[in-house]
Design a binder for this molecule. Structure first.
Ligand SMILES: NC(=O)c1ccc[n+]([C@@H]2O[C@H](COP(=O)([O-])OP(=O)(O)OC[C@H]3O[C@@H](n4cnc5c(N)ncnc54)[C@H](OP(=O)(O)O)[C@@H]3O)[C@@H](O)[C@H]2O)c1
Length: 374
């Protein structure tokens, strides 16, 4: 395979424009697998790495290939791989920008990607690459929030659902992370209450949420507390701007829960240019983030609630990665017990189409995941 031609969407340096160009084909070692990418999905962090990678991921080696989500075909496996062989259709989390991996060969936005066997799941025959590619980072981030020690530390998801009589709050249920958090928490046996825009209520209920409330409503926190009734709150996953403080108020009012897993930072990193005008835009955002985090930490400490910040690729390095990609998803997808969600919306074809699709994503999506086919 070593003469295979590979191409990548390169991030050549900090705050540089993306550019498509040749990339080495990297042979798999040990428990690594090389996958020919057929579809990639877009996450906010993929584009933020271009604009704020210097702060958010200062360890990055450049030139780097970003991208977390992909589905494709296995072409070569390392000598210790037992679960896959060439020709298998798979989805997987590309961990290239994770601090513990930090390797361009493991970024999703290229034709041939090195994945880790324990972060891959085979696709059911009826599932397309486009559909499957929406899952990896969203399901990983949700799983980090729900199942890791130091976060909600819930019981794992199971195919035969047990009812635990407790409720998890997923604030932002119509986001990609939220749609996966709802499904995982339900599979783990918890009731779920969530928030979204009213037009997405049906969508989140179809994923298993018991009730959905509009996050813009002035009474949303009180409404969620009322909806909990006698059910113990097992914790909250805070997704979306303003979610962390609202969830903190909620778990305190509900009593019982001691953890809010924070997925979204206090201030958005959207809209930062890579060239002229960068500092003028960046500085207030950094200040707002720092003050927002201090406010959250201070309030949380006073009220005895933990508010750990979720890092969506952390599960690569602990038991939660195999719990999801190896033990739960293969059978859950095959049985239709877990849906790739939100539904994919194809935004273009080819590596060249990814920057425009990133801009489309920045302009806003609702209960949809933008995908580029390769
Ligand atoms: N910490 C990590 O490792 C990590 C990893 C992945 C993502 N994230 C963060 O998680 C968040 C979601 O990312 P994503 O890719 O899942 O998002 P996404 O699918 O692109 O989010 C779009 C959705 O955001 C919802 N939304 C907008 N404002 C909201 C608010 N104030 N409260 C709740 N929901 C709101 C909208 O819901 P409606 O249309 O129903 O209004 C829309 O459906 C982002 O902040 C992202 O940066 C963090």
């Amino acid at each position: 395979m070593h003469d295979t031609v590979n191409n990548a969407l390169w991030l050549p340096a900090k705050q540089a424009p993306f550019s498509v160009g040749p990339a080495p084909y990297t042979a798999p070692r040990g428990r690594e697998v090389v996958v020919r990418t057929r579809a990639v999905a877009l996450n906010p962090f993929d584009r933020h790495l271009q604009t704020i990678g210097a702060f958010a991921s200062p360890w990055l080696n450049y030139p780097m290939v970003v991208g977390h989500d992909l589905a494709g075909d296995v072409v070569e496996v390392g000598e210790d791989v037992t679960r896959f062989q060439p020709g298998d259709r798979v989805l997987g989390l590309a961990g290239g920008v994770d601090k513990g991996r930090n390797r361009a060969a493991e970024g999703a936005f290229q034709d041939y990607v090195v994945l880790l066997e324990h972060m891959m799941t085979p696709l059911p025959a009826a599932m397309s690459y486009d559909e499957a590619s929406v899952l990896p980072l969203a399901v990983s981030t949700a799983a980090c929030a729900l199942f890791q020690e130091g976060f909600l530390a819930l019981a794992p998801p199971e195919l035969e659902r047990q009812r635990r009589g407790e409720t998890v709050i997923v604030w932002g249920g119509s986001t990609s992370v939220g749609a996966n958090a709802i499904q995982l928490a339900v599979a783990a046996g918890y009731d779920v209450l969530t928030t979204c825009s009213p037009n997405n209520s049906q969508f989140v209920r179809a994923l298993g949420a018991r009730r959905a409330f509009d996050y813009r409503s002035p009474t949303v926190v009180a409404d969620l507390v009322n909806a909990l009734g006698q059910s113990r709150c097992a914790g909250a996953v805070a997704i979306g701007p303003g979610a962390a403080l609202a969830c903190l108020d909620l778990v305190v009012a509900a009593g019982g829960a001691s953890t809010v897993a924070v997925v979204t930072p206090p201030a958005t990193f959207d809209g930062i240019p890579i060239g002229r005008g960068r500092l003028r835009k960046l500085l207030p955002i950094l200040v707002n983030n720092a003050t927002g985090l201090l406010k959250l930490m201070w309030r949380a400490k006073r009220r005895g609630v933990a508010t750990p910040f979720v890092w969506g690729t952390a599960l690569i390095h602990n038991e939660v990665g195999p719990m999801i990609f190896q033990d739960y998803l293969p059978e859950a997808l095959a049985r239709g017990a877990f849906e790739p969600s939100p539904p994919c919306q194809v935004a273009g074809h080819g590596l060249e189409a990814i920057p425009a699709a990133m801009a489309m994503h920045e302009a806003g999506v609702s209960a949809a995941k933008l995908v580029v086919t390769l």
